[in-house]
Design a protein around this ligand. Structure first.
Ligand code: ATP
Length: 132
């Protein structure tokens, strides 16, 4: 390997070096991107706050509510990443692009319905008890 090749490799390696702190900053930017651009993500955050508030007020199992919230938010973020990746690959219609986006959106829907069901099972009985 010539010295030119070596310095070229070093330059390429140096193109994206980052510290652990910067890695957290990139992750934070990803979260903020979802908040800024994804209406569904903002709605899910608002519902998460309501569910958390109710769970604390009613003294129900908090862990299951947190698990539901995290799974829905994480899947929404993965869905957003898949949409961006597909849009980067093609702006043309492609059946595989449709499948990728539809399956990712379906995953969010499954998690959301599951979370809604678990939320109802966990929160409604103690809520009715409290209100009656
Ligand atoms: N390149 C493509 N080829 C084929 N079908 C596509 C393509 N892009 C989008 N679609 C179809 O259009 C639907 C909506 O795609 P879009 O990228 O607008 O996602 P979205 O669900 O509206 O996302 P957002 O959360 O950004 O509003 C997809 O679920 C898919 O069925």
């Amino acid at each position: 390997m010539s010295s030119d090749d070596f310095s070229l490799k070093r330059m390429r390696f140096k193109k994206h070096p980052h510290t652990q702190l910067e890695a957290f900053k990139f992750a934070y930017e990803g979260i903020m991107h979802c908040i800024r651009t994804q209406r569904n993500f903002r709605i899910e955050l608002a519902l998460a706050a309501v569910a958390l508030g109710l769970s604390i007020w009613l003294k129900t199992g908090l862990a299951i509510i947190v698990a539901c919230i995290v799974s829905v938010l994480v899947l929404e973020m993965i869905n957003t990443a898949i949409e961006a990746t597909i849009d980067l690959i093609t702006e043309e219609y492609h059946p595989l692009a449709r499948i990728a986006k539809d399956v990712a959106a379906g995953a969010v829907l499954v998690a959301s319905l599951g979370a809604a069901l678990i939320g109802a099972i966990t929160l409604i009985p103690p809520l009715l008890e409290k209100l009656t």
